[in-house]
Design a protein. Sequence first.
Length: 390
Amino acid sequence: MSCKRRSLAVGAGAGLVVALLWASWYLSIMRGASSEARNTGALTLETRVPLPIRPLVRPLFTRDSPEATCTNTLLQEPLLGPLNVSYCCHMLRLWGVRDFRHPLFNSGVEVIRALTDHRFSERIFGEQVYLQTRSGLRYREIDTYSRSTQNGENHRDICLASFAELGLPLTTPVTIPDGSLSLQDLLRDSIENFDIKQRELAWTAIAYVLYLAPHQEWTNRYGESFTFDDLANALIQTPFRQVSCGGAHLLYAQTILRRVDSLTMCLSDSVREALIQHLREAVIAIVESQHEEGYWTLEWHNALKRSSDANDGASGKELEARLVATGHLLEWLELLPVEDQPSAEVFRRAARWICGTLGQNFQEAKNPDGFCPRVHALCAVRGLICVEYE
C-alpha cells in the first residue's frame, strides 16, 4: 500500500498553503496600517525561509487501524487547555495553519494572529504578550517565582522555534501599537541577548539552526560570538535531569541540528562526530529503558529496571508523566535519520500504549492541564499513520 506520512508539524508540508494564507493576512495588516506605521516597519528584511525538517520514520499503521481511529476520535473535539502563549504554540504544532474546531479559533492562521497581531492578541489574552525592545521584539517571560506574569513564554524562544518549524519566513509581520515589525526583529532581539549558559537552549537552538544556517556565527550585544559548534556542545553537555520532559527537548534540538548540518555542513567534523555518537547512545538507552507495555518514564536516562506495574496500578500523576515522556520521545525518534532509528517494534509499542492510555477513561484525556502531553502524544502517533495518495 502506497502511503504518505502525516507530518509531525501537521500541515507544514503544505508550504504553498502557508504562503497564500499568510500573504492574505499580511496584506490585510498592511492595508490597515497608517503610512507612518508602514515607514516604522520598513526595514530591510531578509526573505529567508526556515529549512524544512520533517520526520523520516516509515508509517506503520493504516488509516483504518485502531491507532488511526483513536487519534481521529480524539481530534474530533477541541483539545482545550489554559489559554496562554504555550497553548497557542502547541495548537500550531497540532494543526499547523489548517482549520479546526475551537471556541476561539477557526484555524491555525488565527492562532498565529493571536501571537503576532497586538490587537487580536490583547483580545484573546487580555494583555500584551510581546513587547518592542531596543533590539527588536520579545515575548514576555513567565515569572515562575513571583507569578506576576502568567501569559508569556514558558520556554525561551518557544514562539520563534514554533514559527520556524511551521515554515514562516522572517518577513512575517508582527504588529505593534504604532506600526508593524517582523519575525526578523524577534530573532534579532534573541541574538542580541543570547547567552550560551541561559537556562534553556533547546528552543533557541531549533530557531537559530532553522533560520540562520548555513551562516555559522552570530554575535550578541556584548560582542560575544558563537557558532553552531558552541551550541551543539552546550546541548550535549546539559544533563537530561536538569531540563523538562525528561530531556526530550534536548534530543529533539540536537537532531534538528544534525539534520540541518547534513544539508548545510554548519558543524566542524569533530563536533559532528560527537553529536552523532551522543544521539546514538541515547537511542540505545531508549531501547533498553522502554517498558514492555511500550511507555517510557521521565527517568529513562537512568536506565532504571523495567517495572511490571500495569496502567491500572499507576496513579493519574504517574500516567501523566509516562505520557509526557512517551509522546515527546516518540516524536524525537521519528525525526532521526533512518539509519539511527530503532526497530519498528519500538515505535509500534509506544504508539499502541499511547492510544490505549488516551482511549481509556484516563483523567488527563480531557483535563486541560494535560494538554501539552496529549498534543505531543497525538502528533507522534499521527506521524506513524499512512494515508493513501489521492
